[in-house]
Design a protein around this ligand. Structure first.
Ligand SMILES: *Cc1c(COP(=O)(O)O)cnc(C)c1O
Length: 459
């Protein structure tokens, strides 16, 4: 059954993509069930650094945890546990579901292929588009490149039938074809997936313990779309010594739905706690899931320009927008606090918004160059030995072409007419030689010049 490497739990030569037995942090040891294994699929720990946001309340410091740099945003933390279970169960394919630009579906499709598993995606979109080629924008491009199977449904069908029933239909079909599907719910948000952000809390604890100058965070702020991320963060923060307040900004549904959903996820891990006591959930949905106002996109653009941090429009962009609005409206709530914002990634989602973003971004122009500027030939030309024998021949005096050849380096301050001392450098994997050639010739085309006479020391 379980024949994916490693057969034993010997230490693999490379950690990435290896599967290891899992031991929870001591403060989570009473949760149940505890996953038996974890795959290494992301790049952790993700960095934490100061985020110099403009116009913060008096004394407020914001830090950012770069889960956008994990390799596959927040979803990969959940997939490390979910795919370990899929492999343990002998699955040969993964079934999951999400919106047409679901980051979760893209991360699942890619990670499944890492592990040599097929991936079946059910993507919901507007009624008018379900019979059309869904195109190659953003996440779809990646999903289709890695060969995920895509089934389209309408938003109405998704709302009416529900994700569980829809994935079951596909699962039954695959079973009848002799496949061994493993189903992951929308967003990877079930109790097993929740461990991903329980682990992230351990990671934050370790980062704070390691030479971070005794910093502690008063608040943790994150976007919420299917609830698994905040469930793990809130539960981990409550159980561990982190002692921060977790604030979630939900971008779909409503806070009450997520209080219930988080409750279900933590109950599923036998945690005796009320979701209302471990997380504060506020609405950041705005116009609707994956829909943006111009103010939100302008905010994303301004923050990118001011800080270099590119927020996604669907999740972290909305969460940070609402956080900043709350800071402006109720500065006393935030004054003097140290806030950790978790950037959950999702950059590919921006590609769907290019039309809306186009009027907001900077100008471009054609570069202004005067025709008389001489060409300078630089070191980038020397790269291969392919011209070696011709070079010798050329040494007896016919021509050199600088463009495709391997040996010209130094400055050729000539345009038409005489070439003076030209420094030649021959570089190969085995051989480097510098010499000087005296030559006379003319520029034929950009980068190609003709030598009438040339002489240099014998080889
Ligand atoms: C899915 C997602 C979230 C929300 O995480 P959930 O666990 O689904 O609540 C946040 N940011 C990005 C970029 C996501 O793709």
């Amino acid at each position: 059954m379980d024949d994916f490497m490693p057969k034993t739990d010997d230490k693999p030569p490379f950690e990435f993509l290896s599967r290891k037995p899992y031991t929870p942090p001591s403060w989570a040891a009473n949760l149940s069930p505890i996953p038996s294994h974890i795959f290494s699929l992301g790049h952790f720990p993700t960095p934490i650094h100061k985020w110099n946001l403009p116009d913060l309340p008096e004394g407020t410091e914001v830090y950012i945890k770069r889960d956008d740099l994990s390799g596959m945003q927040n979803k990969i933390r959940k997939l490390e546990f979910l795919l370990a279970e899929a492999v343990a169960q002998g699955a040969d394919c993964i079934v999951t579901i999400g919106g047409i630009q679901s980051n979760h579906c893209r991360a699942t499709a890619v990670a499944a292929k890492y592990l040599n598993l097929d991936c079946y995606l059910i993507l919901f979109t507007s009624e008018a588009l379900i019979d059309k080629d869904p195109g190659l924008t953003g996440n779809l491009l990646v999903e289709r490149l890695v060969g995920a199977h895509v089934d389209l449904i309408s938003k109405e069908e998704y709302a009416g039938i529900g994700g569980v029933a829809l994935t079951n239909i596909l699962k039954e079909k695959l079973l009848s074809e002799g496949r061994k599907p493993y189903v992951i719910p929308a967003g990877g948000s079930n109790s097993l997936g929740t461990w991903g952000y329980v682990e992230a809390v351990r990671e934050i604890e370790q980062q704070l313990g390691k030479g971070s100058g005794g910093i502690t965070f008063d608040d943790i702020v994150v976007a919420c779309g299917s609830g698994g991320t905040i469930a793990g963060l809130a539960l981990g923060t409550w159980l561990s010594g982190l002692a921060a307040k977790v604030h979630a900004f939900c971008v779909s549904d409503y806070p009450d739905y997520f209080y219930d959903h988080v409750q279900g996820l933590t109950d599923g891990l036998q945690a005796i706690v009320s979701s209302h006591d471990i997380v504060n959930i506020q609405n950041a949905k705005g116009l609707g899931y994956a829909m943006n106002t111009t103010e939100e996109l302008t905010f994303v653009q301004e923050i990118a320009k001011a800080t270099g941090i590119v927020l996604d429009p669907v999740y972290s962009g909305k969460a940070a927008y609402r956080m900043m609005r709350d800071m402006a409206k109720n500065p006393e709530k935030w004054e003097g606090r140290k806030v950790l914002f978790i950037h959950t990634g999702g950059l590919l989602g921006l590609y769907e918004k290019t039309e809306q973003i186009a009027p907001l971004v900077g100008n471009w122009r054609r570069m202004d160059i005067q025709a008389s500027i001489p060409r300078q030939v630089g070191a980038d030309i020397s790269n291969s030995i392919s011209g070696w024998s011709d070079w010798k021949e050329m040494g007896h005096g016919t021509y050199i072409s600088a463009g495709g050849w391997s040996f010209l380096l130094g400055r050729l301050n000539c345009r038409y007419g005489k070439l003076h001392a030209v420094s030649l450098r021959i570089t190969t994997g085995f051989f480097v030689e510098n010499t000087i050639v005296l030559a006379e010739g003319k520029m034929l085309l950009d980068g190609i010049f003709q030598v009438k006479t040339c002489g240099f020391p014998p080889l």
